[in-house]
Write a protein that binds this ligand. Structure first.
Ligand code: FES
Ligand SMILES: [Fe+2]
Length: 347
């Protein structure tokens, strides 16, 4: 086989290497939960225009490298993990790199002293994988919010894991927007009214209580989404934010508590990643296997409804009409605009 033919047969993943001014440089970004990584499987993410590959070994150690092979720039995430050396092998010529980016010299049977592939520093707290990305200064510490809220809860799963064709600020706004809930999400959740109280903000952390009034679901809706049967006509959600990546929502139903952690981070200037981590009170654990699919589907639908709205809106302009809770959105926009400038890390 001629060389060109073998190249044609090599299908490499789509790549993102974009020169962009990083969005909120130095912010701590929650980029994954352990459950998203699997074991000994390359997992690709894009953060602020750069592709990275993560993997978790069988001992639970997690590594991340820039996705560009330093030999001839193939995407490392299309490669595979060599378990015996805990290396990531490139899909193009098979060269191997460890989690520090050191190259494995098969002839010498040892690792290079220098890091040839660029390692991405990670901060793993329990099951939550954080990074500051390719920036030197760290504008805020890693939030303790996910670990605090998920304590003594059982992990239900991941919903709404997708890339949105919308810029980061627009995606951020919808998480602080309490006017859209009773409209965008009215079907099939039958949300009739939403009110907010107790809004407090302290720097990057904010919290509030949202009261929801629902109309009754039809039998058809309950059969399609059994989880709606556990959702009463009135209930309250406790929101906690850690700007810019996290929105947590804690809901006490008569059957028990459900917590969702909605995560966003900027992939590129016009593309935003989101996923939602779902937890249920341990007392619900018997119900969770029965309701897991239904709970995840409900949150998938909420995310899809938001995404549809975000992707259909025309480019943002200043709002000519102001609604009562819009001050909450304005506070988030102010944090975004006043974000301290961070310098890039030397690679
Ligand atoms: S491009 Fe990666 S080994 Fe050659
Ligand atoms: Fe929404």
């Amino acid at each position: 086989m001629r060389k060109t033919e073998s190249y044609e047969n090599l299908r490499l993943s789509s790549k993102t290497v974009q020169t962009m001014t990083p969005i909120l440089p130095g912010a701590p970004w929650l980029i994954a939960h352990r459950a998203m990584l699997g074991v000994n499987q390359p997992y690709k993410i894009t953060l602020n225009g750069q592709d990275y590959v993560l993997w978790q070994d069988s001992h639970g150690n997690i590594f991340a490298l820039a996705n560009v092979c330093p030999h001839r720039q193939a995407p490392l995430s299309d490669g595979w993990i060599c378990e015996s050396r805990n290396t990531l092998a490139c899909p193009f010529h098979g060269l191997e790199f460890n989690g520090s980016g050191q190259f494995y010299d098969a002839d010498q049977q040892r690792f290079s002293t220098q890091s040839l592939a660029q390692a991405l520093p990670l901060f793993v707290q329990g099951d939550f994988v954080w990074t500051y990305g390719a920036t030197e200064s760290q504008a805020t510490t890693i939030p303790e919010l996910p670990q605090r809220l998920s304590q003594e809860m059982c992990f239900v799963g991941i919903a709404g894991d997708r890339s949105i064709s919308a810029d980061f600020l627009s995606t951020l706004r919808i998480n602080y927007d309490f006017h859209h809930v009773a409209v965008t999400h009215r079907h099939p959740f039958r949300i009739a009214q939403v009110t907010v109280e107790g809004y407090e903000t302290d720097g990057y952390h904010a919290q509030l209580t949202q009261h929801v009034v629902r109309d009754r679901n039809t039998l058809g809706e309950l059969l399609q989404r059994p989880v709606l049967a556990f959702s009463p006509q009135t209930y309250s959600n406790q929101f906690e934010y850690h700007f810019p990546t996290l929105t947590s929502l804690s809901t006490e139903f008569p059957a028990g508590k459900i917590i969702s952690l909605l995560v966003i981070y900027p992939e590129t200037e016009h593309q935003t990643r989101t996923f939602t981590l779902l937890f249920a009170q341990v007392s619900l654990s018997l119900l969770v296997p029965l309701l897991r699919r239904s709970i995840i589907d409900a949150y998938n639908l909420i995310v899809e409804q938001d995404v549809t709205m975000l992707e259909q809106c025309y480019p943002q302009a200043s709002a000519k009409i102001r609604l009562p809770y819009d001050g909450i959105i304005s506070d988030a926009e102010t944090l975004y605009r006043n974000w301290p400038v961070a310098s890039p890390r030397d690679c």
